[in-house]
Design a protein around this ligand. Structure first.
Ligand code: AQP
Length: 332
């Protein structure tokens, strides 16, 4: 079975629909087809300023949501990144084979640092993609299920793996991005050419899985739609309605063509009203299950302890090999 690895940041009180449809939904599916490793990446979550109490809560909340969304610790390895010290250790080594200019070309860094200003931008935000490369390469992952926004970081990971292997001998599997085109970029409901984002979206633009369902329904109903009245799938000229069709299709398992046929002759309002109900029915059981997991933090901690042990069994072997190949003297 192929090995997969992916992660999600505990940077908000709730995941959003883009995180689910672009990434976590595929994680759930891959539990049955791959040897899957998934982590809540708390080391990444401290790169842009954070509150310690909120971080701890959000880390547990993230784990509870992942379980509620369908991750099963019997069928995958679920862990918290900081519980596995090899991530930070390999990141240092990889940072020493990454060019300064190469890291500076990362679009996500350029966007986020431009917003923050250079005095508020941490060196950690700059080296974030290198830590992400370490996350992936430690597990010898063949595939990395992510949304479109991560494509450039995956390219860097591949380059670093190839560079290491050619300089120091075969050490890492060169991974591929696994990006499902249809749902790779769920867009902001108020600004449908931008991605739905925890940090950049306005409250009206983002559907949070744990928010009051009536609030989500209202947001869908007031989503920005496009000029004209006809329901068509056209990402360029009708990005708003196309995004709603994408979400509708993904949550119901129906094709866009089936939806176009169903809504032929109907207005935007009809589609929004139906989609609002679908979203409400989708989030309700997830919220209930998340609450259930949060009621038993000791159980969550146990799942994470087992996950960290399983993760370390793989990551420690890779790190030892990477240290050996780069020329570090083994401790006796
Ligand atoms: N809008 C999206 N559509 C599809 N996939 C998305 N992902 C994020 N937004 C979308 C995917 O979700 C996974 C987890 O990503 P993350 O923890 O890095 O989340 P994030 O990037 O912090 O989430 P945001 O909302 O994108 O936050 P900002 O903009 O603040 O960085 C990844 O696989 C990602 O591709």
């Amino acid at each position: 079975r192929p090995r997969v690895l992916s992660g999600i940041q505990p940077t908000a009180d709730s995941f959003h629909l883009g995180n689910y449809l672009g990434a976590v939904r595929n994680w759930v599916a891959m539990q049955d087809t791959a040897d899957a490793f998934y982590c809540v990446v708390d080391l990444h979550a401290i790169t842009a300023g954070h509150d310690p109490v909120a971080l701890r809560n959000r880390t547990r909340l993230s784990v509870a949501q992942l379980l509620a969304l369908g991750l099963d610790p019997e069928r995958c390895t679920l862990f918290v990144q900081s519980h596995v010290p090899e991530h930070a250790q390999l990141a240092w080594v990889l940072s020493c084979i990454t060019g300064f200019g190469e890291a500076g070309r990362m679009v996500q860094f350029k966007d986020k640092s431009a917003k923050q200003g250079s005095d508020s931008t941490s060196v950690g935000l700059f080296t974030y993609p290198i830590l992400q490369a370490a996350d992936i390469l430690l597990y010898q992952a063949d595939a990395v299920p992510v949304g479109e926004d991560q494509r450039q970081h995956l390219e860097l990971t591949r380059d670093l793996a190839q560079r290491y292997n050619s300089r120091f001998g075969q050490t890492f599997t060169v991974p591929s991005a696994y990006i499902v085109k249809d749902t790779a970029k769920i867009t902001d409901l108020q600004d449908p050419t931008s991605k739905m984002s925890k940090s950049a979206s306005s409250p009206g633009g983002i559907i949070e899985l744990l928010e009051e369902p009536a609030r989500s329904a209202k947001k869908i109903k007031s989503a920005v739609t496009d000029t004209g009245r006809e329901i068509l799938y056209d990402e360029v000229n009708k990005p708003g309605i196309s995004n709603l069709l994408t979400i509708y299709a993904a949550l119901t398992g129906r094709t866009i063509d089936e939806l176009l046929e169903q809504y032929d002759g109907h207005g935007y309002g009809d589609l929004k009203k139906d989609l609002a109900e679908i979203v409400v029915e989708f989030v309700k059981p997830i919220q209930e299950r998340t609450r259930g997991y949060l009621e038993d933090p000791a159980h969550l901690d146990k799942i994470l302890a087992i996950g960290a042990d399983k993760a370390r069994a793989v990551s420690a072997v890779t790190l030892a090999q990477a240290y050996q190949n780069i020329g570090f003297l083994s401790p006796s």
